[in-house]
Write a protein that binds this ligand. Sequence first.
Ligand SMILES: Cc1cc2nc3c(=O)[nH]c(=O)nc-3n(C[C@H](O)[C@H](O)[C@H](O)COP(=O)(O)O)c2cc1C
Length: 215
Amino acid sequence: MEKDLGDYRKSYEKGELLLDNVPPHPMTLFENWFVEVDTHFNVDEANAMTLSTFGLDGFPKSRVVLLKQYSEEGFVFYTNYTSEKGEAISNNPNVCLSFFWHSAERQVIIKGKATTVPESVSDDYFNSRPRGSQLGAIVSNQSEVLEDRAILDAKLKALENEYEGKPIERPHYWGGYSVEPVEIEFWQGRPNRLHDRVRYKLSKHKVWTIERLSP
Ligand SMILES: Cc1cc2nc3c(=O)[nH]c(=O)nc-3n(C[C@H](O)[C@H](O)[C@H](O)COP(=O)(O)O)c2cc1C
C-alpha cells in the first residue's frame, strides 16, 4: 500500500510572534497562549500534550498525557510510576513536552527535568478524580502485557464491589510528575513556511535568554 501526501498543503496565517512583543518570562507567554487557545480557538483538550522520554531500550518514545497544572515551577501530569514512561523517567529525567494547537497554528516545545510531585499533591489530585478514574488507576498495570480485555473488566467489577461505599486511597505507584523547564520554544505558523520561532533558554545563572530561530 502506498499513499502520496505530497499535495497536502496549508498556508498558516493566523498570527505572528515578534521578539519586541514577547514577555521576559516564558510562562507568561505560555499562560497567554494557553488561555487564548482554550477560549478562542475551539481546541478540544488544549491541555493534551505529547510527552517524550528516553526509554531503557535506547529509543525515544512519545505519547499523549494531560497537563493538569502549570506554574513557574513546572508542568504537572499524572500517571503510573511503574509504566514504561515512569521507568524511563527514573532512568533519565530529561523529557520533552509538546503541544500542537492546530486551529491556532501554534506549537510549544518544552525541554525539562521531570521529578515526582509531593505525595500530598498527588493525594489531593487523586481524591478530586471521579471514582471510575480512581479505580481505573488501581485496575490497570499500565504498560504491562494484558492477555485479555476481559481480565480488566472483571478486575474493575471486583474492585467496584470491594470499595462500595468506601473511600479509595491513591495507590503508591500512581502520582504526578512536574517538568521543570530549561527551554521553551513557541512556534507560530506563518505564510510560505517562514514561521515564527521564539526560544527561551535558561542560562547557568537562571536567567531566561530569548532568541528567534530560523523556521
Ligand atoms: C488525550 C489523551 C490523554 C491521555 N492522558 C493521559 C494521562 O494524563 N496520563 C497517562 O498516564 N496516560 C494518558 N494517556 C494515555 C497515554 O497516551 C499512554 O497510552 C499511557 O500513559 C501509557 O504510556 P506508556 O506505556 O508509554 O507509559 C492519554 C492518552 C490520550 C490520547
